[in-house]
Write a protein that binds this ligand. Structure first.
Ligand code: NAD
Length: 505
């Protein structure tokens, strides 16, 4: 890879703290490159605990007045955010493609999903309402209130730079909190643009939203900071477990959404077109780098039926074109970096050495200028216990295992340590109902390739795909960012006998 811009001309990103763009206190940086071209886009400072501390102080200061701002007025600020994001949809999508690599269509869909989260958070005046019960004793009533945590932080992954920060930012603000965002150091540019856009919204006070770039040190700064009450995290399962453990040790509320190994179960009566289209879109869209991407197909039926299903999938996948995300002809974008491609090729090589058949070989695709393209790859004859059937590879690699019936298929999928999503393809309502009852995943799909819930519903998996009680988005978003206070009140001199009831009216 050669740099087209002189490395000295490449800017180093700044933090956004207390309404000011300021250099990080850390001198070490990482290179942020366009995966399609290898172009050096920016240098990302590896922010320090001191940067986090400054961000938390700013957020805490701004939060005092923000908490006192009426919920409907806070919701109105989100209406403004929604409009500003909507006006910049195309620009944001282009930035996602440049920084992360996915196709423009996919990036636009991601930006749209982020906007939907803002829309869902606008329901704050409704969803922050408490409950009450009158007359639990003589002159005694009880009522509940939802109050903000104070300052909350989000640590986000590389694969959805526009959508995932919005799973948290609008809900945190809607509920009256101050916010610190630490985006992935691999894709920092969308978060930076978000903050620039927020800077122009006068209804969102300066200091309320803060941006700290970095990796481990910044994350540890967040996990240890006594001024942060709640941490939202999305990333790999191992990092999620670390974040959840460390945050809990420091007395914080935490929701840590981790990795996945999502399976498709294909029954013999599945509609072939829906099945093959759904599977290839899910397994190879965004080059398999979605936490909801299916990466194991469990083909159910006789050998003949399974072979016919596989043929349909391979045929559909063969027609996909790999290339840069900004080319409208591209179906399969590059993976996030040349290092990621090297790792994935290593996984395919190792599987092949173990006797697994590579029935569609993405290693032969042109790696592109950025050395990060890997074509769609399908592995057949995968033993159910092999790591390509059980572990997340996070690339355009689909493993095929076989099962004689739905019971055997569910025994395999339910044995997974992950539980983000499982998809069933069938035309049988009875089988679908059985699947819905027995599948051990947080997000199921029937005859859809990607079962990502809309923002008005909570988003989250089970088992090692999450360390949390409350999921992201939807009503869970409101619950996670608020503490419940129950107030029991007695007033003397109030009525002790019922004034209504019985036959009086
Ligand atoms: P990652 O875990 O490498 O990074 C996520 C965040 O954690 C980044 O901000 C990074 O700076 C930080 N981080 C990474 N390693 C760390 C460490 N050792 N100590 C402290 N901080 C650390 O994840 P990624 O590669 O950016 O994202 C891909 C992963 O995210 C996949 O496993 C994918 O399944 C998962 N994911 C899950 C969901 C979900 O909803 N469950 C959604 C999207 C992505």
């Amino acid at each position: 890879m050669t740099d087209t811009v002189a490395p000295s001309a490449v800017r180093t990103l700044q933090q956004y703290i207390g309404g000011q763009w300021t250099p990080s206190s850390a001198s070490e940086t990482l290179d942020d490159r366009n995966p399609a071209t290898g172009e050096l886009l920016a240098r990302v400072p590896l922010g320090s605990k001191a940067d986090v501390d400054a961000a938390v102080r700013a957020a805490a200061e701004a939060q005092v007045a923000w908490r006192r701002t009426a919920p409907q007025v806070r919701a109105r600020a989100l209406y403004r955010l929604r409009d500003v994001l909507d006006q910049h949809r195309d620009e944001l999508a282009a930035l996602v493609t440049q920084d992360m690599g996915k196709t423009l269509d996919d990036a636009a869909a991601e930006v749209g999903r982020g906007i939907e989260s803002v829309e869902a958070a606008m329901a704050a005046p409704h969803l922050l309402k408490g409950q009450n019960l009158e007359g639990i004793g003589t002159g005694v009533d009880v009522e509940s209130f939802r109050q903000p945590i104070g300052v909350v932080a989000a640590i986000t992954p590389f694969n959805f730079p526009a959508m995932i920060p919005m799973w948290f930012l609008p809900f945190a603000l809607a509920t009256g909190n101050g916010f610190v965002l630490k985006p992935s150091e691999q894709v920092p540019l969308t978060a930076e643009r978000y903050v620039e856009l927020i800077e122009g919204i006068e209804e969102i006070p300066k200091g309320l939203v803060n941006l700290v770039h970095g990796a481990h040190d910044a994350v540890n700064g967040i996990l240890e900071h006594p001024g942060i009450g709640a941490v939202s995290f999305v990333g790999a399962a191992k990092t999620a477990r670390y974040v959840a453990t460390r945050a809990t040790e420091h007395g914080k509320r935490v929701q840590a959404l981790g990795g996945a190994k999502n399976a498709f179960i294909v029954l013999p009566d599945a509609d072939p077109k829906t099945m093959a289209g759904g599977i290839i879109g899910s397994a190879f869209g965004a080059a398999g780098q979605r936490c909801m991407a299916g990466s194991v197909a469990v083909l159910v039926g006789t050998q003949e039926q399974q072979d016919a299903q596989l043929e349909r999938i391979v045929e559909a996948a063969r027609a996909l074109r790999s290339g840069p995300g900004d080319d409208p002809q591209t179906d399969v974008c590059p993976v996030v970096s040349s290092d990621a491609r090297t790792r994935l090729v290593g996984e395919i090589d190792a599987a092949e050495r173990d006797g697994i058949q590579v029935v569609l070989d993405g290693r032969t695709a042109d790696p592109g200028q950025g050395q990060a393209n890997l074509g769609p790859t399908i592995l057949d004859g995968v033993p159910q216990g092999h790591r390509v059937a059980t572990e997340e590879l996070f690339g355009p690699v689909l493993s095929v295992v076989r099962a004689k019936d739905l019971d055997e298929a569910l025994a395999f999928t339910n044995a997974s340590r992950y539980g983000n999503s499982t998809i069933l393809f069938t035309e049988s309502g009875g089988a679908a109902r059985e699947f819905r009852y027995r599948a051990e995943s947080g997000m199921l799909g029937v005859n859809v390739g990607v079962a990502a819930p809309i923002a008005w519903m909570p988003f989250g998996g089970w088992k090692d795909s999450i360390d949390a009680d409350l999921h992201a988005n939807g009503e869970d978003g409101f619950r996670f960012y608020t503490r419940t206070k129950i107030v029991t009140t007695r007033w003397s001199g109030t009525s002790t006998t019922p004034t209504t009831g019985g036959m009086r009216y």
